[in-house]
Design a protein around this ligand. Structure first.
Ligand SMILES: C[S@@+](CC[C@H](N)C(=O)[O-])C[C@H]1O[C@@H](n2cnc3c(N)ncnc32)[C@H](O)[C@@H]1O
Length: 241
C-alpha cells in the first residue's frame, strides 16, 4: 500500500515516520465491543510475534479497559485528543464514540500494518505512522498545537528506562497545562522494575496521579493511571531509578 513521504521500514518490521492516506473503504465492518473484529486478535498476535517489545501484548485490550482509559476525553467542547499506540483500535473506537464528531482525534502508531488497518476502519481519525517519542514534531508537522488529552496504549513494561523517559518527556512536552494523560498497566507486572519505574516517573512528571481499581475482567487484568497537571521542566528529568 502506498504511504506518504518520509516513510521507511526498519529491521524490526515497523515504520518510523510517514503519512497515511485516509481511504473511505472499511475492509472489516464487523466491529464489536471495543472496536474489535474477529480478525483483530490474529493480526495483533501476528504483530506481537514480529515485534514483541514494541507491541507488548498478545491481544487487544478489552471493552472495560477501553472505557476506563478513555474517560478523560471530555463529553463537551472541541478537544484535540492524541492516542498513542492504537494497535487494532480498541481505544480508538471508544474515543470516537465519546467525541461524537467533536474535536480532533490524532492516532500515532509506529507499526505501519496496524496504522493501515486503523486508517481504513476510521477515516475520520487522523492516523500518523510515527514514533510517539517525536510527539511534538508530529503535532507541529500536522498543524496541531498542544493536546488536550493524551490516551496511551503504549506497552510501558516492555520499554527500557531510557525509552520510558523519552516517551514521558515527549508526552509532558506536548500536553496542554490543563490537559489529561491516561495510560494503563497490567496488574501482574505491577511490582516488576519497569512498572515501578513508570509509577515513580509519573509522580515526578505530573502533579496529580490517580490509580484506578483493577479491572479483573480484562485479559490480563489491568489498571489505569489518570495524570493531570504536567510538570514541564526547564531541563530534562533524569530517568527515575
Ligand atoms: C499493548 S499494544 C496496545 C494496542 C491498543 N491500544 C490496545 O490497547 O489494544 C501497544 C501498541 O503501541 C504501539 N507502539 C509501541 N511503541 C510505540 C511508539 N514508540 N510509538 C507509537 N506506537 C508505539 C505498538 O505498535 C502497539 O500497537
Amino acid at each position: 500500500m502506498a504511504v506518504g513521504h518520509g516513510y521507511s521500514r526498519h529491521d524490526d518490521g515497523v515504520a518510523r515516520q510517514g503519512t497515511l492516506p485516509r481511504p473511505g473503504l472499511d475492509p472489516d465492518r464487523a466491529v464489536n465491543g471495543a472496536g474489535r473484529t474477529s480478525g483483530d486478535r490474529s493480526v495483533f498476535l501476528r504483530e506481537f510475534l514480529r515485534a514483541p517489545f514494541t507491541v507488548g501484548a498478545v491481544a487487544p485490550s478489552g471493552g472495560p479497559l477501553a472505557d476506563l482509559v478513555t474517560t478523560a476525553v471530555p463529553r463537551e467542547g472541541s478537544p484535540l485528543v492524541v492516542e498513542l499506540g492504537p494497535g487494532t483500535g480498541a481505544f480508538t473506537e471508544i474515543i470516537q464514540r465519546r467525541l461524537a464528531g467533536r474535536g480532533h482525534h490524532l492516532a500515532i502508531e509506529v507499526n505501519e500494518r496496524f496504522a493501515e488497518r486503523l486508517a481504513a476502519r476510521y477515516p475520520q481519525v487522523e492516523v500518523a505512522v510515527a514514533d510517539a517519542r517525536a510527539l511534538s514534531e508530529t503535532l507541529a508537522e500536522r498543524g496541531h498545537h498542544q493536546a488536550d488529552v493524551i490516551v496511551s496504549g503504549l506497552p510501558w513494561a516492555a520499554f527500557t528506562a531510557e525509552r520510558q523517559g523519552d516517551l514521558l518527556a515527549a508526552i509532558t512536552g506536548a500536553l496542554a497545562p490543563h490537559g489529561a494523560f491516561t495510560t494503563f498497566a497490567y496488574t501482574h507486572t505491577r511490582w516488576a522494575g519497569p512498572a515501578r519505574r513508570l509509577r515513580r516517573s509519573l509522580n515526578l512528571r505530573f502533579e496529580e496521579v490517580v490509580v484506578s481499581r483493577t479491572l479483573w475482567a480484562n485479559l490480563p487484568p489491568a489498571f489505569v493511571y489518570f495524570c493531570r497537571r504536567p510538570r514541564v521542566p526547564a531541563r530534562p528529568y533524569a530517568v527515575a531509578s
